[in-house]
Ligand binder design. Structure first.
Ligand code: MN
Length: 269
């Protein structure tokens, strides 16, 4: 991204052929995937350290080399994920490199959203406790904090009974349920799952992580505002969309902080 900014800000109108700080070549799809998988491992740890996931929940990233493939951990707690746990799976649910490993039961959340949304590069599913009340009541989760502007408007709620009947186990365990969830997400950034949690998306691992953290915060703030009573003033759609775009562009700042905090919290040798 630094290269991109350099190119657009300095080269346009100046006729300069190259930026001094630019690498000699653009990253290849293989190189991009190496970086995406490294971010995926780190994001698993950050989601746990930020309290968004516990033993459950997962994050994935689309492959740059094969956009109909994605990377996700084998079934394990996010805080424990290592590079060896990362699996590659295609969007029809064929693992590329299973080596005896199984991924999460609810991996269809990821594959079906990648199918429906070519713009999505990363998907987070969590059981964020703060959003559950908004998934089971008539109170809509809306952007109340400018840090959740990316929500733009009221977050839709996925009711699994509409797609799977009254006798499911609540889990997105097949393509049909994943597709129905992706349909409810629509073109938005977040979808709540009734009595279960939420899914957020982004155009990078770091942005999806940002959205997961601030969806949780927004839910807590709206709950607090409701307790104060009286009408609540939410961000309007223009305010939300504008500030959401600005915050997404600043994603490196919290990423660096959260990544550094992981290092500091690890016990020494
Ligand atoms: Mn779940």
């Amino acid at each position: 991204m630094a290269l991109h900014r350099c190119a657009t800000s300095l080269l346009i109108g100046l006729g300069i052929a190259a930026c001094a700080a630019a690498p000699a070549h653009s990253a290849t799809p293989d190189e991009i995937d190496v970086a995406r998988k490294a971010d995926l491992v780190t994001a698993n740890h950050i989601l746990a350290s930020q309290g968004i996931v516990d033993g459950f929940g997962h994050i994935s990233v689309r492959s740059a080399k094969n956009p109909t493939h994605y990377f996700i951990s084998r079934s394990t707690a996010p805080a424990l994920v290592t590079a060896d746990d990362i699996m590659e799976i295609d969007l029809e649910d064929h693992p590329i490199d299973a080596r005896g490993r199984n991924s999460y039961l609810e991996r269809f959340i990821h594959s079906e959203i990648y199918k429906a949304r070519p713009d999505v590069i990363s998907v987070v599913h969590s059981h964020s406790a703060a959003v559950i009340p908004f998934s089971v009541s008539q109170v809509q989760l809306r952007p109340i904090s400018h840090m959740a502007g990316f929500l733009v408007r009221a977050v839709p709620v996925f009711e699994i009974r509409q797609a799977g009947g009254n006798e499911t186990d609540m889990l997105i365990r097949n393509k049909a349920l994943g597709a129905a969830l992706a349909h409810t997400l629509g073109s938005g950034t977040a979808v709540l799952m009734r009595g279960h949690g939420d899914v957020v998306v982004g155009n990078s691992v770091r942005t999806a992580l940002l959205h997961a953290v601030y969806t949780d915060l927004d839910a807590r703030l709206e709950t607090q505002a409701l307790q104060l009573g009286g009408p609540i003033t939410f961000l309007n759609e223009t305010e939300a969309a504008k500030v959401g775009e600005i915050n997404d562009s600043q994603v490196e700042r919290p990423w660096d902080l959260w990544k550094q905090a992981l290092t500091e919290s690890r016990p020494g040798p």
